[in-house]
Design a protein around this ligand. Structure first.
Ligand SMILES: Nc1ncnc2c1ncn2[C@@H]1O[C@H](COP(=O)(O)OP(=O)(O)O)[C@@H](O)[C@H]1O
Ligand SMILES: [Mg+2]
Length: 303
């Protein structure tokens, strides 16, 4: 599994049914020349190295972005009441723009999954605002939130979460068909999405007949099919070997470069190095935030 990811190409002919706005990449205000190359391998780092990277990187002023796909404003989430209450998130502010991948790192229990779940409208905030493409989730009817999830959001989980009785293409097209697209349109979009993650020959395979890496690529295809604009990935490489994990990261990065926004929860610095920014969580708070260049060079230097 090597080589550059294929670019998705539109195969839509004139006058055919449309799936909605295609990705359009916004002008990058801060073109990073090294984005054309792969991030350096930052494996073998220590927790101290991450802490050092985060501390040093926190001196960089956060970039001001106006084209946020996701905006979390003072988001807090408490589970339970009274003496047993757990504050999973405490006052999180986070924007994720088009074409931007933000990695979230932190110890187990620091609130990473809760953050993703809130960003995806699966969990409600206790206080604070969640805004997706300018729409506030608070007060939005559940039906509308479910629709937004089907149309605009894609989830990728550690354990793939594919439906075992459906083929690869059926897994990918399911959200579109649920959303009322015709089978023909859904199939075409599904084929395009699977081709774009290099699974041209596996459309009709069942999950059991695919390797872990291939299953995760089906999950990525499902997360982006039909022009989903916010991809939320919770340790998508956690169940994969390092070579396969790297290939999956390359796919994810390429989808983001086409104009989606993404959050990647990961324990691995070498996967976080594919992100534009790394956000470090501790006890439900963002303790540090680093831009890609600084995090990469610091992690590399700390090895
Ligand atoms: N549904 C829940 N009910 C009660 N407590 C929860 C629930 N989900 C998460 N928590 C608690 O919230 C904290 C953050 O959890 P989580 O977001 O899963 O962290 P992470 O993904 O970083 O491991 C933990 O203390 C966890 O036990
Ligand atoms: Mg988690």
């Amino acid at each position: 599994m090597s080589g550059e990811p294929r670019r998705r190409r539109s195969r839509r002919a004139e006058g055919e049914e449309d799936l909605g706005p295609r990705y359009r990449r916004s002008p990058n205000p801060d073109p990073a020349p090294e984005e054309a190359t792969e991030p350096s391998n930052t494996g073998g780092f220590t927790t101290e190295a991450i802490d050092a990277a985060a501390r040093a990187a926190s001196r960089h002023a956060p970039e001001v972005r106006t084209d946020a796909v996701l905006r979390l404003v003072a988001v807090s989430r408490q589970y339970g009441e009274g003496a047993t209450a757990v504050s999973a998130l405490r006052g999180i502010d986070l924007d994720v723009a088009r074409g931007e991948l933000v990695a979230v790192m932190g110890a187990s229990g620091s609130g990473k999954s809760t953050l993703l779940s809130i960003a995806g409208g699966l969990t409600e905030t206790t206080s604070g605002q969640v805004v997706i493409e300018g729409e506030h989730l608070q007060g939005m009817p559940q039906k509308r939130i479910a629709q937004l999830r089907r149309r605009s959001l894609g989830f990728v989980f550690q354990d793939f979460n594919l439906i075992p009785t459906l083929t690869a293409i059926e897994n990918v097209t399911l959200p579109l068909e649920l959303d009322g697209f015709s089978r023909r349109v859904a199939r075409r979009a599904g084929r395009e999405a699977l081709d774009s993650v290099g699974l041209d020959a596996k459309h009709d395979a069942f999950p059991d007949d695919l390797s872990g890496g291939q299953q995760q690529r089906v999950a990525i295809a499902r997360a982006v099919v039909g022009g989903r604009r916010l991809i939320l990935a919770d340790e998508p490489t956690g169940a994969l070997d390092s070579v396969t994990g790297e290939a999956v990261m390359r796919m994810l990065r390429s989808r983001i470069d086409e104009g989606a926004a993404g959050i990647l929860v990961t324990h691995e610095a070498r996967h976080a190095a594919w992100a534009d920014r790394i956000v470090f969580l501790r006890d439900g708070r963002i303790i540090d935030e680093s831009r890609r260049q600084s995090a990469e060079s610091l992690l590399a230097g700390a090895r």
